[in-house]
Unconditional design. Structure first.
Lengths: 293, 290
């Protein structure tokens, strides 16, 4: 039982990192990305590669994973600079589909469909971390640091410029903001931090394959952000906890057919998305009660 | 010969994509609603056609009617009871998209729970292939799908240019304020757009059910492709959606020839990605990208 709860908590904190970093670009920059799982994946695969071939040291694997995701995220920044709204959603979808194909075909990097097996336990300054509670502690610390970074950024002039761009790009440009640099930086930062989640996930599972980095994951993370509440710190955390706990809670409801749990879970969050958008578009933790952004 | 075979398959698939994309483009162009649940309409029409034909044993004409009615009703209900309330108080692109995506998820899983998650297809003598040339197998379905798409496009063009509602829809895509001033109701026109756009998925849904088969994710897949086709063709341009749908259908099949099946979706999205970066207005779109 303890093991089960620890496992759930580790996964919640990994997904909370993903939803917090996605919220940074959706909520504050207005960049509606459906490609977040790509950077989760790049983080995971890179960390696995470093751990297996160089060293399982946390302070080596994580920065390398972040750098890899930061470089590839320029592919997402490119359309974000050119187009907005539905065009950008389509572009990010395109990137997500392309990435899934690459993940399953590029065998030397990702191990193809079979994935990467036997990722060694992570070490922190030479001290191996393999017990679940140690791992939980490590991922919680990562989560807290990432929330801290985002909180600080949002309250600096960078964050205010981002919100200005979200609300009116031409007005921000007119008041002398360097829109190109600010937007690119926000995408790069969000993707690099998402790679931390990928690396943690790879070390925790010690096995990863393309199944974890598909469009479904991007949509799940997006649902966490939206159901929880965009442009808030608490919202994405709440969303991640709710959506990760839902399958286990549903398993306890014995009157539900057990084979349909997956479907019921998806139906519940699909319905939640629809109803929230009609009645409370800002999410559960809404920064502007009664209305959206 | 393989080339011709893949070209023929590509044209059939392309015709289906073109029709679905045209429906999406019609709705999006005139109402500005990003109707991602359009794929759900496709899946519902396909499943109900299958169910009416094999489950209830209806004659195929009734089964087609069932599919058409359910698609139209689904589209109009979404417009009235989901998009209208959302647009009343906010209506940003973001909210509409999320709600629409939510509907897609719900429908996909409901269909999976009710009808099963495997592939299903409607057995029909029309899908039996005949070897017309050595190595080139064609079924009557190939021709029917393409013919049906051509008829639909001609009818749609006539409707949009010669009828009052059609002209109203085109006016709505140009300037909703002017439409209101003219004494027409944008809300009512929006309902027409949804009815018509949803109707356009029916031929595609039926040919898919009879040909390659359907699974609950089919709507999602078709929607992704139609979205790509709509943007590559230029949002709001039916001609563009049709050309791009065909182009993607053919490109997807020719990709199998050189690269293998697993690359077909990637090719489509590579095309889309480059269009968005270099020519976001598409083939025939007006250059109004903000």
């Amino acid at each position: 039982m303890t093991a089960y709860i620890l496992n759930l908590l580790v996964l919640i904190s990994v997904y909370a990192i993903l939803s917090t970093t996605l919220n940074f670009i959706i909520g504050y920059a207005g960049i509606f990305s459906l490609a977040h799982a790509v950077f989760f994946g790049i983080g995971g695969y890179t960390a696995a590669l470093v751990a297996m071939n160089v060293t399982p040291e946390f302070f080596v694997a994580i920065p390398v994973a972040m750098a890899a995701a930061a470089v590839t995220s320029l592919l997402l920044a490119l359309p974000a600079l050119r187009v907005r709204g539905e065009y950008f959603v389509a572009a990010s979808l395109g990137l997500q589909v392309l990435a899934v194909t690459l993940f399953s075909e590029w065998k030397s990097f990702t191990g193809g469909i079979g994935g990467v097996i036997g990722i060694p336990a992570v070490e922190m300054l030479g001290y191996p971390i393999y017990k679940p509670w140690q791992f939980l502690l490590m991922s919680l610390i990562c989560l807290v640091i990432i929330i801290g970074i985002i909180r600080i950024l949002v309250h600096t002039s960078f964050g205010r410029s981002l919100k200005a761009i979200r609300d009116s790009e031409s007005a921000a440009l007119a008041s002398g903001k360097n829109v190109t640099v600010i937007k690119t930086l926000s995408v790069v930062l969000s993707s690099a931090l998402a790679a931390v989640a990928g690396a943690l996930y790879a070390f925790y599972m010690s096995f990863i394959n393309v199944q974890s980095f598909m469009l479904d994951t991007s949509v799940l993370v997006m649902a966490m952000v939206i159901i929880g509440g965009t442009a808030t710190i608490l919202g994405p955390l709440l969303g991640a906890a709710l959506l990760m706990l839902m399958p286990s809670v549903l398993t306890y409801l014995s009157f539900l057919p057990q084979t349909e749990i997956g479907s019921i879970q998806q139906i519940v969050y699909g319905m939640a998305m629809v109803l929230l958008m009609i009645f409370r578009p800002g999410g559960i933790v809404s920064s502007h009660p009664g209305g959206g952004k | 010969m393989l080339f011709l075979q893949l070209l023929a398959n590509g044209l059939q698939v392309g015709a289906i994509y073109a029709l679905t994309a045209a429906g999406f483009s019609l709705i999006f162009g005139s109402t500005k609603i990003f109707h991602f649940a359009h794929g759900a309409t496709f899946a519902i029409a396909a499943y109900l056609f299958h169910f009416a034909l094999t489950g209830l044993g209806f004659h195929w004409t009734f089964a087609v009617a069932v599919a058409a009615i359910s698609a139209v009703v689904f589209g109009v209900v979404l417009d009235r009871f989901m998009y209208a309330p959302i647009q009343r108080h906010e209506g940003s692109f973001f909210t509409v998209f999320v709600a629409s995506f939510g509907v897609g998820i719900v429908v996909q899983n409901l269909l999976g729970s009710v009808f099963g998650r495997g592939f299903m297809s409607v057995p029909t003598p029309l899908s039996n292939s005949v070897e017309v040339m050595p190595g080139l197998y064609l079924s009557p379905l190939n021709g029917l799908a393409i013919g049906c798409a051509v008829i639909c496009f001609v009818a749609l063009h006539y409707f949009l240019t010669h009828t009052f509602v059609g002209k109203g829809l085109r006016a709505l895509s140009e300037n909703p304020e002017l439409v209101r001033m003219f004494g027409l109701s944008p809300r009512r026109l929006s309902t027409y757009a949804f009815a018509l756009g949803s109707l356009l998925v029916v031929p595609g849904a039926i040919f898919t059910a009879a040909g390659t088969g359907i699974n609950p994710a089919v709507g999602h897949h078709v929607m992704l492709i139609s979205l790509a086709a709509t943007i590559v063709g230029g949002i709001g341009s039916l001609r563009g959606a049709a050309c791009a749908g065909l182009l993607i259908g053919v490109a997807e099949n020719l990709a199998m020839w050189k690269l293998g099946t697993q690359w077909s979706e990637a090719i489509t999205f590579a095309i889309l990605f480059f269009f968005i970066i270099f020519k976001p207005s598409g083939f025939f779109g007006r250059a109004t990208v903000s």
